[in-house]
Design a protein. Structure first.
Length: 260
């Protein structure tokens, strides 16, 4: 039987690459995104084909608190059995916390933390009951760092990494796995929408297809987490960061986050 992957933020960027990978391997997809036109285009591009892939689209705004429950209830009502849950949707924004519009940061918390956590909570009991299922939560390498100039975004991704690592430990022996994908800067619309593309940290972004491939493969293998898309120099910096004084790290990250 075909395995069904539910993928949020599926209409573009890394999410669309996840759809490409999963459908290329014969799987069906429940594609969730706010972009209705993008979902229709996704279905047109990747539905059917030699694998006779089915793409079921759900247009939802994950900043709305009830959206995740509505997604779960719609999937159940359609009799769709989700095998893979890929929580990919998320967004960021550059600026000092006290100067940024609170509504934007509140929406970021809703999508990056609450929507991801609640979708996991809705689908995980079904996975455990069947003794099968895989969860991939898209975090970021910034989850390992303090984030001046992007305080809420960095903190939200720290939650995602910690949460995913924690439930992974709880799932041992159940046949279900949870994996965290920690990309570096990636070539998607995220950079422009968040303002990060104007910072030094975004000089050499990785391709979305490479990042999605690394995450998907790690999910299939049931790995705890995978770091993807970092150039060698940034990998070295990340590896020595825990050894450095925290104040030095904070100052260095702030400089990297300044708009050029």
């Amino acid at each position: 039987m075909k395995k069904v992957a539910l993928i949020t933020g599926a209409a573009g960027g890394i999410g669309k690459e996840f759809v490409k990978i999963h459908t290329s391997r014969g799987g069906d997809v429940v594609a969730v995104d706010l972009n209705t036109e993008g979902l229709l285009q996704l279905k047109k591009e990747l539905g059917g084909g030699k694998n006779n892939t089915r793409i079921y689209t759900i247009a939802k705004n994950l900043t709305h608190p009830d959206a995740t429950r509505e997604i779960y209830e719609e999937v159940k009502a359609q009799g769709i059995q989700v095998e893979y849950l890929i929580n990919n949707a998320g967004f960021g924004g550059v600026g000092k916390f006290h100067e940024r519009a609170w509504e934007k940061d509140l929406a970021m918390i809703q999508v990056n933390i609450l929507a991801l956590t609640s979708l996991t909570r809705f689908f995980l009991p079904d996975f455990i009951e069947r003794n099968t299922g895989k969860i991939l939560n898209v975090s970021s390498t910034v989850s390992l760092l303090p984030g001046p100039m992007q305080a809420v975004y960095f903190a939200s991704k720290a939650f995602v990494t910690s949460f995913t690592n924690s439930i992974s430990g709880e799932l041992m022996g159940t046949g279900v796995s949870a994996t965290a994908l920690l990309p570096g800067a990636t070539q998607t619309g995220f950079g422009a929408s968040s303002g990060m593309d104007k910072t030094s940290i975004y000089k050499k972004p990785a391709s979305a297809s490479d990042v999605a491939f690394d995450g998907y493969e790690a999910m299939i293998k049931g790995e705890l987490e995978v770091i993807s898309g970092l150039p060698w120099s940034q990998k070295m910096q990340l590896s020595i960061t825990p050894l450095l004084p925290k104040k030095m790290v904070v100052e260095r990250v702030r400089k990297q986050q300044e708009i050029n």
